[in-house]
Design a protein around this ligand. Structure first.
Ligand code: NI
Length: 173
C-alpha cells in the first residue's frame, strides 16, 4: 500500500511532468497504484496522489458494480472534452478527507489520447462512468481536485470542516 497525500497538502496542486519512458520502476509503481486503489477502495488513482509528480494514472471503471475488472494505465493522457454537460453523482476522491462528496459538472464523452505501459499509443472515446473517471484523474495531473470545481459556498463550508478536523487531530496527537 502506498501512502495517499490528502488535501490541503500543497503538493496536490502541482502540475505534473510528462513521462519520458517506461522503466521497470514505472511498471512497479503502476502495480503498487492498482493495489492501493483496489484496497482503498477506489476506481482511479493518479501518480501525484502517491507523491510521484508525473503524468500517469490508473483507473478501473469495472469495479463499481462488481463487474469484471477493466484496469487501464494511462501515460501522458490528453483529453478532448466532447458530448453534453452531465452531473457526476457524489464524486469523491481518495485525497479529499472526511469522505466529502459533491456533484461536479463533467462532459459525457471524451476523446482520449495517451500512451500505455508498452508505450503504445492509446486513441479512443470514453463515455459514461469511464469518461467521468478519466476527467477526474487527468485533473490531478494538472493539480486540480474536484473540490476546485464546486461552488464557492460549498467549498468554503468544506474548508472550514477540514480546518476544524485538522485542529482536533493536532490536539489529540
Ligand atoms: Ni481523486
Amino acid at each position: 500500500m502506498l501512502d495517499i497525500l490528502t488535501y490541503p497538502d500543497p503538493r496536490l496542486s502541482q502540475v505534473c511532468a510528462p513521462v519520458e519512458e517506461v522503466t521497470p520502476e514505472l511498471r512497479a509503481l503502476a502495480d503498487a497504484m492498482f493495489e492501493t486503489m483496489y484496497k482503498a477502495p477506489g476506481v482511479g488513482l493518479a501518480a501525484p496522489q502517491v507523491g510521484h509528480f508525473i503524468r500517469m494514472l490508473v483507473m478501473d471503471d469495472g469495479v463499481q458494480h462488481g463487474e469484471s475488472r477493466n484496469p487501464r494505465v494511462l501515460l501522458n493522457p490528453v483529453l478532448e472534452l466532447e458530448g453534453d454537460d452531465v452531473r457526476s453523482e457524489k464524486e469523491g476522491c481518495l485525497s479529499v478527507p472526511l469522505d466529502f462528496r459533491a456533484d461536479v459538472i463533467r462532459k459525457s464523452r471524451v476523446h482520449l489520447t495517451a500512451r500505455d505501459l508498452d508505450w503504445k499509443p492509446v486513441d479512443e472515446y470514453l463515455d459514461g462512468f469511464a469518461a467521468i473517471i478519466v476527467q477526474h484523474e487527468a485533473d490531478h495531473l494538472d493539480g486540480v481536485l474536484f473540490i476546485d470545481r464546486i461552488s464557492r459556498l460549498r467549498r468554503s463550508l468544506y474548508d472550514s470542516k477540514v480546518k476544524k478536523w485538522l485542529r482536533r487531530k493536532k490536539h489529540s496527537a
